[in-house]
Design a protein around this ligand. Structure first.
Ligand code: ADP
Length: 510
């Protein structure tokens, strides 16, 4: 039965709330924003047709508070909730509550979220669906002696992982047997405090793998399809910072096998809606199931750019009970897309969040550029939430064009008042290995080994052309800002540092 949605409450903030509100506008559906104390003038609240203040700035008093979110749903008369990602997006209790109150939850069924949210249950499902999994065991803190014996059998390094894990929490790489017990205990403690569930398990730690994930889309009529892959190997502390589609290592044959595997677990789980099946791919191009994310992914725009499919619109259609109009054979890739996550963080200070007022904020534009920004000039960057302020995506006919456009777009981006990761991306995108597509989840650590990312890649430092370009760019930036009389220039300290390093190496002055 088709139940058209008339009004969607977007239970989120920042760029993803803006993204969903835009889809509502495109679809002629009334959009409702919610906001906390410090978000009363936030972009997402201004852009929505209606907004409701739901509580204090800490997320426990607002975006994570189910009672307050449900009250706003009732007060607004919304007939559906889109959770975005993070906050309540993978909370099965919240999804169930929506269902119980007759509100359409735009996402998978609560029981699917619950099952796949547990990495051990998901692993079992993957095995049942004949997917390759990383060698591992569900033995953990409860069974430390057997767990250690297993770790010795598969060989170190091993990875201790939290069953309820997410966001890299409750994860420890263990290099040798003498460090095993301590890692088991501390991962379990961290998982208990972050997720209220201290269960941990062990996997073989793959060396220099790539993170390659498959976007899936399934309806309530038994249609399951995939929208090819995204490569998300550029990570910091197991968190993605640059993503792209397609993956530079993909072949038609590997895509076919990974896509089929992703669809099999979706069938096994009775999946409905948009989701992502994550894999690690080793140096022999063997792939291993990692987990399923039961929501829209941060990096979904790169898939939208290369497939032309609006994933949020598809989510709404599926939630209304419509049959997918797309068939697997309709999914074709066109060109290449890259996403850089723009954080209000200080790369020269260990990526500490940088809070304050955006005194100057100019977005890049032009051919092949898409910016999903959650902020405007004079927006306040609060301390309470994830510091990602925008996603900058570029599209090109091929990877080289997408990279060139990304460099152009990054050089147009102006952010002052807070530190940002724009300069960090400029350096990574200019890295020869990155340009060659020679990626792995260890890329950043290997190329920039200092924990504060202060060490400039020697390879890059020798590249006079790139160094000079960065230097010129930063000079221009300084001049622009001082001429416009716009107050402080806060170009990234990280880039300033590297610029000095480069100039020194090149024998120049700074
Ligand atoms: P989370 O849910 O906390 O994000 P994931 O299971 O999705 O955790 O893994 C996040 C990242 O951790 C992966 O992209 C990869 O970089 C690393 N990782 C996870 N499992 C392994 C493994 N077995 N070997 C090597 N790296 C891994």
């Amino acid at each position: 039965m088709i139940k058209p949605i008339k009004k969607i409450l977007v239970a989120n903030r920042g760029e993803i709330a803006v993204r969903v509100i835009r889809a509502c506008h495109d679809l002629g559906i009334v959009s409702v924003a919610i906001c906390s104390d410090c978000d009363r003038t936030a972009y997402h609240a201004r852009l929505a047709d209606e907004w409701y203040h739901i509580g204090g700035s800490p997320s426990s008093e607002s975006y994570l508070n189910q009672d307050r979110v449900m009250q706003a749903v009732k007060d607004s008369g919304a007939d559906a909730v889109h959770p975005g990602y993070g906050f309540l997006a993978e909370n099965a209790t919240f999804a169930q509550r929506c269902v119980d109150e007759g509100i359409t939850f735009i996402g998978p069924r609560p029981e699917t979220i619950r099952g796949l949210g547990d990495k051990l249950v998901a692993r079992e499902m993957a095995i049942k669906a004949n997917l390759p999994v990383v060698p591992g065991t569900d033995m953990g803190a409860d069974n430390p002696d057997e767990a250690l014996a297993f770790a010795k059998k598969i060989g170190f390094p091993v990875l201790v992982k939290a069953a309820a894990g997410g966001g890299g929490k409750g994860m420890r790489v263990v290099e040798s047997a003498d460090l095993f017990q301590e890692a088991l205990d501390s991962a379990s403690r961290e998982a208990k405090s972050a997720f209220g569930d201290g269960r941990v398990f062990i996997e073989k730690y793959l060396v220099r793998p790539r993170h390659v994930e498959i976007q899936i889309l399934c309806d309530t009529h038994g249609n399951h399809l995939h929208l090819c892959e995204r490569e998300c190997s550029i990570q910091r502390r197991h968190q993605k910072v640059i993503e792209e589609a397609p993956s530079p290592i993909m072949t038609d044959e590997l895509r076919e096998r990974m896509g089929t595997a992703a669809v099999s677990i979706a069938r096994e789980a009775g999946y409905v809606g948009a989701g992502t099946v994550e894999f690690l791919v080793d140096q022999n191009r063997s792939f291993y199931f990692l987990e399923v994310n039961t929501r829209l992914q941060v990096e979904h725009p790169v898939t939208e750019l290369v497939t032309g499919v609006d994933l949020v619109k598809e989510q709404v259609a599926v939630a209304e009970g419509r049959e997918l109009t797309l068939r697997q054979e309709d999914i074709r890739l066109n060109g290449h897309a890259i996403e850089c996550r723009i954080y209000a963080e200080d790369p020269s200070g260990g990526f500490m969040p940088s809070t304050g007022t955006l005194e100057h904020y100019r977005l890049p534009a032009g051919p092949g550029v898409r910016v999903d920004s959650g902020v405007l000039v004079w927006s306040e960057i609060p301390i309470y939430y994830d510091p990602m302020i925008a996603k900058l995506c570029t599209w090109g006919r091929d990877r080289t064009e997408a990279i060139a456009r990304m460099q152009r777009a990054l050089s147009e981006y102006r952010i002052s008042g807070v530190e940002s990761t724009v300069g960090f991306h400029q350096v990574v995108l200019a890295n020869k290995k990155f340009i060659a597509g020679d990626l792995s989840t260890g890329f950043l650590q290997e190329e920039y080994p200092d924990s504060n990312y202060r060490t400039f890649s020697p390879e890059l430092a020798e590249d006079a052309a790139i160094a000079a370009a960065v230097d010129k760019l930063l000079n221009e930036r300084r001049i622009t800002i001082s001429q416009s009389g716009n107050g402080r220039s806060r170009s990234s300290g990280w880039v300033r540092h590297h610029r000095r390093e480069n100039v020194k190496r090149l024998g120049g002055k700074h």
